[in-house]
Design a protein around this ligand. Structure first.
Ligand code: GLU
Length: 467
């Protein structure tokens, strides 16, 4: 039986959950969820100066919004320092680490000399092979006794085999002289103890992987499967910046993009499955694999994000969408939809959701439902309600009073009326939109009339005619 998959997302809580982090989380989540595995969350809060509880909360909120649920408790890396130190001592015991008593000045002097002699400045400690009986009673760090010959090969599922000559890796410090473990050790110990089988993360950590792999080997632990994903670039191919959309995911939530569209888009940022652009979560979980991750940086493309979000809104079940709208309003501190409007909203949903890329766009289309009489036309639509148009609305009203309230019947009445007036229905649309919604851009006049019903429609028309 193959080993159960365990992935993790290990953000440092030093800021919001940005697009790159969210994508890393998503890839790990998809990989685990598609294989009946576990997806764990570890907050890498060892840097006490830069880690904040607010940032941790922002990361948790972002993940919750994206629906990236993790298994088990959130692990705090900082809470595990004793265990990290224990492993440093275990390495000392098993001969894969040593105490180094070199002072900062000595290390500095070594580097200057190496530089002057044009040798590698990687520190080579004289304590590596020292007899413990010669150890002074002085502060020391614990260093890894890294192999000096040969090479370390990272068998990366995205980058292929990446070979790093061991003479380019120094004997890294595992435990500082104050007894605190370094981050590189903490990551390995945590991943091992958490049973992580696959490390999927940004390729800015590829260099770390070589040093981390040496720690796994020194402890005799299984090395996880590595997959280092290229970072995300802006549309111009340059490093992603705020200008390009490198915002916190909470800002996308606030702009009203649906989480399903965001997941779909993030999945496509660097991963592909044939030519598929639009897919459901279920498909993503089924299809996601490491082989589909590209080797070159993905480019962030707002248009594509919007396009996918529009498709997801259109594909969402009406009742579910209504629920999402409510969640959006709550999350952004806006008033909930009034109860009196929910059934109209539900009826209108099939056309409201067409071509809306965000929740605010959808709500904007629903303005004719959400506003109450008397409808106050905005500046643009007010001009469609001149004296002549008001007269026409007045004349139209009796025809609608007796029409049966179906699309066909209404279309027939309107077209007939327009024909009698020697005009086209298109000419009537402006005043009707102004009367029914107070706007120039609205859903179709017939859609609005059918949702509002006869009484409300006629009342709005006579309000406008009388204005
Ligand atoms: N804490 C690291 C970061 O936020 C990730 C470490 C890892 O995934 O191994 O970049």
């Amino acid at each position: 039986m193959s080993q159960a998959v365990v992935t993790r997302f290990a953000p440092s809580p030093t800021g919001y959950l940005h697009i790159g982090g969210a994508r890393t989380a998503l890839f790990n989540w998809l990989y685990a969820r598609g294989r009946g595995g576990k997806f764990l969350l570890r907050i890498e809060d060892t840097d006490r100066e830069r880690s904040t509880p607010e940032a941790t909360q922002a990361i948790l909120n972002g993940m919750a919004w994206l629906g990236l649920d993790h298994d088990g408790e959130v692990v705090s890396q900082f809470s595990r320092v004793d265990r990290h130190a224990e492993v440093a001592h275990a390495l000392l015991e098993n001969g894969h680490a040593y105490k180094c008593f070199a002072t900062q000045d000595e290390i500095q002097a070594f580097r200057e000399e190496a530089r002057a002699e044009k040798r590698s400045t990687l520190y080579q400690s004289p304590w590596r092979d020292a007899d413990p009986s010669t150890h002074p009673d002085a502060p020391y760090v614990i260093r890894l006794k890294a192999p000096r010959d040969g090479a370390t090969v990272i068998a990366d599922k995205v980058q292929g085999d990446v070979t790093i000559r061991n003479d380019q890796l120094d004997d890294m410090v595992l435990l500082r002289s104050d007894g605190t473990p370094v981050y590189m050790l903490a990551v390995v110990v945590d991943d091992h103890d958490m049973g992580v089988t696959h490390v999927i993360r940004g390729d800015d950590h590829l260099n770390n992987a070589a040093r981390q792999q040496l720690v796994y080997q020194a402890m005799g632990w299984d090395v996880p499967v590595w997959a280092h994903i290229p970072l995300i670039h802006g549309p111009d191919g340059k490093k992603l910046s705020k200008r390009h959309g490198a915002l916190g995911v909470e800002e996308y939530q606030a702009m009203g993009y649906p989480a399903s569209g965001m997941r779909n888009y993030l999945a496509r940022l660097g991963w592909s499955h044939g030519d598929d652009e639009f897919f459901t979560d279920e498909q993503a979980r089924e299809w996601f694999d490491l082989a589909g991750i590209g080797k070159s940086p993905a480019r962030f493309d707002f248009k594509k994000l919007e396009n996918l979000c529009g498709q997801h809104i259109a594909a969402t079940d009406d009742a579910a969408l209504l629920h999402e709208l409510d969640e959006f309003l709550t999350a952004t501190g806006q008033a909930a939809l009034p109860n009196t409007k929910t059934s109209l909203m539900q009826t209108a949903m099939p056309f409201l959701k067409e071509r809306a890329k965000t929740y605010p766009e959808l709500l904007d289309k629903a303005a004719f439902i959400l506003s109450d009489r008397p409808i106050v036309p905005d500046e643009k639509s007010a001009s469609a309600l001149d004296t002549a148009s008001r007269g026409i609305l007045n004349e139209l009203t009796p025809h609608l009073q007796n029409a049966s309230w179906s699309r066909d019947a209404l279309e027939q009445v309107m077209n007939q009326f327009a024909e009698n007036k020697g005009t086209k229905f298109g000419k009537l649309a402006g005043p009707l939109r102004a009367a029914l919604a107070g706007r120039a851009a609205t859903p179709s006049v017939f859609d609005m009339m059918l949702v509002l019903g006869r009484d409300e429609t006629l009342a709005r028309l006579s309000d406008a005619a009388a204005a």
